[in-house]
Design a protein around this ligand. Sequence first.
Ligand SMILES: Nc1ncnc2c1ncn2[C@@H]1O[C@H](COP(=O)(O)OP(=O)(O)OP(=O)(O)O)[C@@H](O)[C@H]1O
Ligand SMILES: [Mg+2]
Length: 252
Amino acid sequence: MRVALVGKGGVGKSAVAGTFARMLARRGEPVLAVDSDPMPGLAYCLGMPVDDAAIPEDAVVERAEGEKGPRFRLRPGLAAEQAVAQFAVPGPDGVHFLQFGKLRSGRDHFRSQFAFRQILAELPVDAWHLVGDLPGGTRQPFFGWGSYADTVLVVVEPTAKALLTGRKLARLAQAKHAPERIYAVVNRVRRASDVDDVTDRTGLEVIGVVPWDDEFAAAERAGEAPIDAVPDAAAVVAVEQLVDAVAGERTS
Ligand SMILES: Nc1ncnc2c1ncn2[C@@H]1O[C@H](COP(=O)(O)OP(=O)(O)OP(=O)(O)O)[C@@H](O)[C@H]1O
Ligand SMILES: [Mg+2]
């Protein structure tokens, strides 16, 4: 599966994505968790202390004068699959992690962004499951960043602002580069009516419901992945059900 999580800032994209990726990896699947947020947070939710691994500068070359295509690309001879083998960082349960790196100034950041996108665009579909954490808001998902995904999960919490962002994302996704599937994941649910609110306001089918869970948040505050610190917490169990639901949709 190739899943991208989108939604308003702070709704729980990284926490859900990290737990999702680890759960899927535990099933023995090759999982590449990808963070395209310039303020990365996914590594911590995966239980990996890395936040600085990036695609190295010498893996990327600039387009020659008169050449067509993007300004920067992977060094000739370096295929996307090899780049992942070299630059993705292995983590617990065998999950692998790729990010384009911290927000750095100028050119380096730019180079690494192009390479990151090229890798995701050219990686053979059967090589890895992708679980992507996109930055908050509506911009990035619709400028090609989420185009590797066949399933977009719009994470929504039952607050007026998050619902509004969820609704915008749902509309944009259907209008533009429509992914094969788009669903809502309702996070930080406190009451049953929260789920109805999301259905009514976004028009999206709800594929997962994650309860408000103090243990989940506490694990993160302590700098640990929820799946490691509180494996039986209600929110972790709910993300496991989400993995089942997404996997089930894909085979049906
Ligand atoms: N179900 C939940 N119950 C309680 N707290 C949660 C739940 N889901 C996420 N959180 C907490 O909410 C905070 C924000 O979550 P997270 O960082 O995953 O959001 P995000 O959408 O990735 O944010 P950003 O847009 O800034 O990247 C974290 O402290 C996290 O632990
Ligand atoms: Mg995040």
